[in-house]
Design a protein around this ligand. Structure first.
Ligand SMILES: [Zn+2]
Length: 174
């Protein structure tokens, strides 16, 4: 970001009056461009006892498997974001259930939220973001090729909770 989107003047880094952090600030109109964490919403789509995973065809982590998830859009709820991302990345339609994991990743200013989800049909398939989409039984999950630590931990907690037949909300930090 170099020029102010409000008035086209140069942007400088400064601590605004009353603030305690450096911000990108317009040198002319004093508009402050706040940068805040972003939310990634996703789901754990299940069909029977199998879990739907997507093989990423885009960076980062292209070629690795992930749960369907992505950046929330303005104007939607986290549940709606999780539902939309699941459809966009896997073509699967799901019923979104309870929130299952909240993964804080302050190092990259992200929060990943995964919802329990039941697939409403056996329909799924590759998309522009996923070269492959497949259902996995527990013993077939490609643990060494999971794209993100947040996904791996969420899957591990999911499988443990499922064994005990009791799903809890997990607050995780990375
Ligand atoms: Zn300006």
């Amino acid at each position: 970001m170099k020029y102010c989107s409000q008035c086209r003047a140069d942007i400088v880094v400064a601590i605004p009056p009353g603030d305690n952090r450096e911000r990108y600030t317009c040198s002319a109109c004093d508009f402050i461009f706040y940068e805040n964490p972003r939310i990634i919403a996703g789901s754990i789509p299940v069909f029977g006892d199998q879990i739907l995973l997507c093989k990423r065809s885009i960076e980062p982590r292209s070629g690795y498997w992930t749960l369907p998830a992505g950046f929330m859009e303005n104007g939607e709820t986290t549940q709606q974001g999780a539902w939309r991302e699941t459809l966009e990345e896997s073509l699967a339609k799901v019923e979104i259930g309870n929130l299952f994991s909240v993964c804080n990743v302050p190092r990259i200013n992200q929060v990943h939220m995964f919802y329990l989800a039941q697939m409403t049909s056996h329909v799924f398939g590759p998309t522009t973001e996923s070269s492959e989409v497949a259902l996995f039984a527990e013993q077939d999950i490609p643990w060494n090729n999971i794209a993100f630590a947040t996904v791996k931990q969420t899957l591990k907690h999911f499988l443990t909770d499922r064994k005990h037949n009791q799903f809890q909300l997990h607050h995780l930090e990375f």
